[in-house]
Design a protein around this ligand. Structure first.
Ligand code: PLP
Length: 225
């Protein structure tokens, strides 16, 4: 992908984010664009790094391991977010590879992250993922357990929980789900909200998103899994 393409797409998305942020009130002070680079190669990611994009999201530990250590050697200031489900046996690698873990959704994972962060002598910011649509197949803590789980993450596992994350059901308007997540975050006293993808990030910003996770609108369509 030529550089101009990455530059143009980044500019379009950044402008739309800024416009959405200003259109709705009260907007978040800043909205962080998390560029979701899953399935794209290091070579395809590089033009975005060249254009100054620093925050990226990956959904699989193994895939991130194959791309990001090399990219980090060549580009400074990268912030990598894990946005996909985490197995506890991958917690060590996740703590090594990622700066932010957005998919904390059960005690076993919270506990594994705590012990791996202690072992490595580091802290990683976390989001608690909420299964906001109550879908059987989706990851995330159930809505009615979200606040107590956030509390346990803070007090029992001493995680630095900064916000909530969700992926709403695909076949329905996302707005009400985003609003619900924002309400849960307020109740839990959390300032950050990771919600909104290529198709609905402006809606999410209207509901208070502080992080939007955008893949295909930046990198192009992915092959279906
Ligand atoms: C793939 C993915 C995205 C990006 O989706 P697009 O529709 O391509 O923008 C965002 N969040 C999560 C959790 C993902 O897995």
């Amino acid at each position: 992908m030529p550089n101009t393409n990455a530059a143009e797409r980044l500019e379009i998305i950044r402008n739309r984010i800024e416009r959405a942020r200003k259109r709705f009130g009260p907007p978040a002070d800043t909205v962080t664009l998390v560029a979701v680079s899953k399935t794209f190669s290091a070579e395809e990611i590089e033009p975005f790094l060249e254009e100054g994009q620093k925050v990226f999201g990956e959904n699989r530990v193994q895939e991130a391991k194959s791309k990001w250590p090399g990219l980090r050697e060549r580009y400074g200031g990268i912030e990598l977010h894990l946005i996909g489900p985490l197995q506890s046996n991958k917690a060590r690698e996740a703590v090594e590879l990622f700066d932010v873990i957005q998919s904390v959704d059960r005690d076993k994972i919270a506990k594994a992250l705590r012990s791996e962060m202690d072992r490595a002598g580091v802290e990683r910011r976390c989001f608690v993922q909420v299964n906001i649509g109550g879908e059987d197949q989706k990851a995330g803590v159930p809505v009615n357990e979200a606040i107590s789980f956030v509390e346990r993450c803070r007090t029992e596992y001493k995680l630095e929980v900064v916000g909530l994350m969700c992926i709403p059901p695909e076949d329905q308007p996302a707005g009400p789900y985003f609003a619900h997540l924002a309400e849960l975050a307020r109740e839990a006293g959390l300032a950050q909200l990771s919600m909104g993808m290529s198709g609905d990030y402006e809606t999410a910003i209207g509901m208070g998103a502080t992080h939007v996770r955008i893949g295909s609108a930046l990198f192009g369509t992915r092959p279906k899994p």
